[in-house]
Design a protein around this ligand. Structure first.
Ligand SMILES: Cc1cc2nc3c(=O)[nH]c(=O)nc-3n(C[C@H](O)[C@H](O)[C@H](O)COP(=O)(O)OP(=O)(O)OC[C@H]3O[C@@H](n4cnc5c(N)ncnc54)[C@H](O)[C@@H]3O)c2cc1C
Length: 387
């Protein structure tokens, strides 16, 4: 990936922002199990960090996706936790891409522009109690009533869920089953009948709030449908590519940070009269992890470049997401081991990383879902047998 001087200036300003506006508060936000999304996103919006590749008429910077690559790299590398990077990425790359690409002018002015300015917090609401990996099994319904939809159902594990001003919701708009008959709908969370039923407690990513949402006859205008009615599944599958791309980039730089931290620790820590790093097993293993991370970083760049060209990178992005998730888990386990007891203590960053890194293999499509996509593209996915 070719980064110009403008890219590097952008990278520097992001680093400064993370150092001054995020990291000093991470401990508190992790303890609180939430963060002030409106305040933080407002500050990010002022600096243009929430809509680099979005058009200027909606407050974006009108740049290309390479700037999102830098955002994801720096969030992953510089942040002292993974919860805030995830919450920011929901705003920039998970809940807004479909709206930006397919939403009506009115919808974009009303919901995309304030999200880019950081005045409104967005969430992506796909997963349900009975449908996660199998997105085609969702049951939340948006039934037609004149010019409106009436929405009933529930959504689970929704990031930014307790603070969101609007949701990009996937719901069934027709009686067809499977992947047909679904639509992406913008749902303002101040609509009567909408409720955050539970704030969920998690293993990691503590600073990010996660919620279960409930819809009881929530009425929204049909004009809130993103793109064509019935196309929701396909639009969401496209939107997932941005989500998985940034997840892979953040996981890669986040893991590299931890490996480099571990190298420093192993230089300092002595056992049997010599620094840990002088053990061949340790410096070989850390070298191998850095090698795999470098290869993955270059593959991420390849995916992003092809994405910028407008190519379909579904297979490649699925490979990147799969590999980054598995590598992050290996890094977490290896670096915890090389830290010994210190790694197990909350006062050291490895413990938080160990918890946070586990999510990458589950969120945004589990490893097995990525494998299924890759197998499909490679033509080795067996056809489902009819019983
Ligand atoms: C912290 C957090 C934040 C999240 N944020 C959001 C959000 O903002 N919006 C949103 O919509 N969702 C969100 N999710 C949901 C996430 O995308 C789902 O958890 C994920 O897609 C997996 O779905 P599931 O949990 O229902 O697992 P299930 O679908 O029940 O699958 C369980 C496990 O079974 C395995 N598996 C599944 N299918 C297959 C298969 N075909 N072959 C082999 N093995 C398989 C996988 O290992 C999988 O992990 C979040 C989840 C978490 C934990």
């Amino acid at each position: 990936m070719k980064f110009t001087q403008e890219h590097q200036l952008f990278r520097q300003s992001l680093r400064k922002f993370i150092k001054t506006e995020i990291n000093p508060y991470v401990e508190k936000w992790e303890e609180d199990e939430t963060f002030p999304a409106h305040e933080l996103f407002g500050k990010m919006g002022e600096q243009g960090f929430l809509g680099m590749a979005y058009p200027e008429e909606y407050g974006g910077l009108g740049l290309d996706y390479s700037y999102h690559v830098i955002l994801a790299e720096e969030l992953g590398r510089q942040c002292d936790c993974a919860g805030i990077p995830m919450a920011v990425a929901v705003q920039t790359d998970m809940a807004t891409p479909a709206l930006a690409a397919f939403g009506s002018e009115e919808l974009k002015q009303k919901y995309l522009a304030p999200a880019i300015r950081g005045e409104m917090v967005a969430a992506i609401a796909v997963t349900e109690p009975n449908a996660g990996s199998d997105v085609a099994a969702i049951q939340t319904r948006a039934e037609s009533d004149g010019d409106d939809y009436i929405i009933n159902g529930s959504k689970l594990y929704i990031t930014n869920g307790t603070q969101a001003d609007w949701l990009c919701l996937l719901a069934r708009t027709s009686v067809e089953s499977g992947f047909r008959g679904m639509s992406l709908i913008v749902v303002p969370t101040n609509t009567p009948g909408y409720k955050v039923s539970r704030k969920l407690k998690k293993l990691g990513n503590h600073s990010s709030d996660t919620a279960e949402l409930f819809f009881d006859n929530v009425r929204v205008p049909k004009s809130h449908c993103i793109g064509e009615e019935g196309m929701g599944f396909i639009l969401q599958m496209q939107q997932f590519q941005k989500e998985r791309m940034v997840a892979s980039i953040m996981a890669t730089t986040g893991a590299e940070r931890i490996v480099r931290m571990t190298i420093e620790y192993c230089r300092e820590r002595k056992t049997f009269g010599m620094p840990l790093i002088d053990n061949q097993w340790i410096h070989f293993k850390l070298s191998e992890l850095l090698t795999e991370l470098e290869i993955l970083k270059q593959f991420n760049y390849h995916c992003a470049r092809e994405m910028i060209k407008g190519e379909d990178v579904t297979k490649e992005v699925s490979m990147a997401k799969l590999k980054s998730a598995r590598l992050a888990r290996e890094v977490a386990d290896t670096c915890m081991q090389f830290h010994g007891g210190m790694g197990y203590m909350e006062e050291y960053p490895i413990a938080r990383y160990f918890r946070d890194a586990r999510l990458v293999s589950i969120g945004g499509g589990a490893d097995e879902v990525m494998l299924g996509i890759i197998a499909k593209f490679e033509g080795i996915l067996p056809r489902r047998r009819k019983s």
